[in-house]
Each structure stands twice: as C-alpha cells, then as structure tokens.
Design a protein around this ligand. Structure first.
Ligand code: NDP
Length: 260
C-alpha cells in the first residue's frame, strides 16, 4: 500500500472534499482514506472520477461504522460504501472501532469479502494489542493493517513493535495531532535545518518509522506541501528527539473507552 495518502475526515460532502481529493490527485497522491461515518464518500468518489486518474492507480480505503457491525450488516455496509463511492471494489476495508460484542462477526464478513475477491485488503482500526490477540483466536486471515492514532504526543511503542512482529502494517490517524504540534520548537528547529515545515517533519518521522500516514488538509497548498517529504531524511538523533515529545496524549478516544 502507498506509505502516504490524504485523510478526509471532517470534510463536507461538497466542494470541500472534491476540491481536496482533486488537489491531492493532481499533486501525485495515490491514496485516499475515507469512512462511511465521514459522510463524504460520494464527494470523494466524484473527485476520483473527475480526476481522470485510473481507478487502479488509486488506493482507496473506507471503514465499516460501529452501527453496521455484525456479519450481514457489514456485507451490506460494504456494498453501500461502494455505491456511494461509485467504484466496484475497495483497496482496503477496515473495522472502524473495535467495540465489545460484534467485531469477530464483522471480521468474518471482511474475510468473506476478501476471499470472494471483492476487496484487495482488509484490516482494523483503533485495535489495541488485546483486541488483535482476541481477534486472532477465531480469524482465518490476520488483519493486514491497523489504523490508529499516532503522532509525536502518542508514539505507541508497544503497539508498533507488536504490529511489526505480527506483520500488520500500522497506519497513523491524526498524524499531525489535528494541528496541535505545528508550533512545537523541536519540530520547528529540525524543519528549519531542511527548509521544511513542522508538518513535513512529522510526516517524514512517520515514514521513517515505517508507519503509513494520511494527513488531512482541505487546503490545496498544504496538500501539496504535505507530500513534499521525499527529498530529505531525518537523522537517528532527530527521530529520537521527536520520539521524546511523547506524552501518551490522545486527541481522540481510547479504544477501550469510547461512547459512540
Ligand atoms: P491531522 O492530524 O491530519 O490534522 C489535520 C489538521 O492539520 C487540519 O486542521 C489541517 O488544516 C491541518 N494541516 C494539515 N496540513 C498542514 C500543514 N502543512 N500546515 C499546517 N496545518 C496543516 O487530522 P485528522 O484528525 O484529520 O487525521 C487525518 C486522517 O486520519 C483523517 O482525515 C481520517 O482520514 C483519519 N482518521 C481516522 C480515524 C479512525 O478512527 N480511524 C480517526 C481520526 C482520523 P486544513 O485542513 O485547514 O489545511
């Protein structure tokens, strides 16, 4: 899967998402991350269609929302996402949040979609190690991806090591800590050395950690800037300095304690 893409959470299902997806594809992005609950799959799909980029050159991810968990309901939710996106397959379909009761049934539905050749890859999101261990007991296919909150304030060392060992690709959501870190002096200082912004430094840090990253921006200039991270390399010391910003601080909910 591409190491880098555009996240479209909170973009409205109109010009906002179509402009952003179009700007991303124009800038050479090859991956788009949406979800049923973002309620912008139609707009994202329209932008893909209008871009003229071939479907097979785009890595498209969506996610099954909590209310649709369960075997039959997930199969239906998948078809509904395809319909809204105007495509006939997804590259990656994820269980959005674990919840307690149904994620094993939901996973069986994802396995069926995968075995039937309807989706190119399947995975989970917001799974702690214990969720992954529990899922493993009954799964016939291991999740290929775990998309979790990951940024310099939440470096997820244990989960990262576990995923690496299990050959599960970790993917960062809210990689820019939703904009909270963009004035951070450490990131600014490192960025100044390379002529890069704090956002670009964080994105580079994700890539060098082997974590797939999907920063969100609705601003075409920033969308282009965020992709301009393949012409410099952080030193080991700089990576450690960024790692040490960790505070185990979440912008979103803890997957063991969420109420939606
Ligand atoms: P990010 O951490 O990507 O931060 C987005 C914010 O940073 C926006 O306010 C954006 O502003 C700003 N920004 C982006 N680039 C720059 C830049 N170069 N300079 C300055 N500011 C910048 O937030 P998200 O929470 O959206 O996370 C990214 C994606 O992860 C989501 O869009 C979604 O796809 C996914 N996600 C998945 C979740 C899950 O449960 N699986 C949960 C949360 C997110 P502006 O738009 O105005 O440019």
């Amino acid at each position: 899967m591409p190491q880098f893409g555009l996240g479209v959470w909170k973009m409205s299902n109109d010009d906002e998402v179509t402009t952003a997806v179009k700007a991303a594809l124009d800038a050479g992005y090859t991956a788009i991350d949406t979800a049923a609950i973002y309620k912008n799959e139609e707009g994202a799909g329209q932008a893909i269609k209008d871009s003229g980029v071939r479907r097979e050159d785009i890595f498209l991810t969506s996610k099954v929302w909590n209310d649709d968990q369960g075997y039959e309901s997930t199969l239906k939710a998948y078809e509904a996402s395809l319909e809204r996106l105007g495509v006939n397959y997804l590259d990656l379909y994820l269980i959005h949040w674990p919840g307690v009761n149904k994620y094993k049934d939901t996973w069986r539905a994802l396995e069926k979609l995968y075995n039937d050749g309807r989706v190119r890859a399947i995975g989970v999101s917001n799974f702690h190690i214990h969720h992954l261990e529990e899922l493993k007991k009954d799964a016939t296919i291991k999740p290929m991806v775990n998309q979790v909150e990951f940024h310099p304030l939440l470096v997820q060392e244990d989960l990262r090591a576990y995923c690496r060992k299990q050959d599960i690709q970790m993917e960062a959501w809210s990689p820019l800590a939703q904009g909270q870190l963009l004035d951070n002096p450490t990131l600014k200082e490192i960025g100044d050395k390379y002529g890069k912004s704090p956002a670009q430094v964080i994105i580079r840090w994700d890539l060098q950690h082997g974590v797939v990253t999907i920063p969100k921006s609705s601003t075409p200039k920033r969308i282009a800037q965020n992709k301009d991270v393949f012409d410099f390399e952080l030193t080991e010391e700089e990576i450690k300095a960024i790692d040490s910003l960790n505070k185990n601080e979440r912008m979103g909910s803890d997957p063991d304690d969420f109420k939606f």
